[in-house]
Design a protein around this ligand. Sequence first.
Ligand SMILES: Cc1cc2nc3c(=O)[nH]c(=O)nc-3n(C[C@H](O)[C@H](O)[C@H](O)COP(=O)(O)O)c2cc1C
Length: 102
Amino acid sequence: MDDPDSRPAIADDTVVLDSYTTVYLGYPIWWGDAQRIMSTFVEGHDFEGKTVIPFCTSGGSPIGRSGDNLAAQAGSGNWLRGERLDAGISEDEIQSWIDKLN
Ligand SMILES: Cc1cc2nc3c(=O)[nH]c(=O)nc-3n(C[C@H](O)[C@H](O)[C@H](O)COP(=O)(O)O)c2cc1C
């Protein structure tokens, strides 16, 4: 995390996004940002024509600029404002967050 250019390899990235138009991208906050392996992921996929919704968990830090940083690294996609979801969030609360996005 000390090195913003670090890109840890993903051991087995079998994700195929072709058939999706909306992508929810979740990650834990590490040192105020998305883990660097998330940068590996977004740089390795094409989000052209897709809506991307970043969300995070954390010990308390807000999502901050982590979604904007990932959007810049991805270089494609329509990225919505991200959200921090609390560890204790209920299914109803998640659904109402999703409903508000649509
Ligand atoms: C290396 C490392 C760095 C972390 N940095 C932060 C941080 O800057 N802010 C924060 O609120 N939480 C931080 N955390 C906590 C994680 O975000 C948290 O454990 C993760 O979101 C999982 O949430 P949960 O433990 O509630 O399931 C860090 C955790 C690790 C392992």
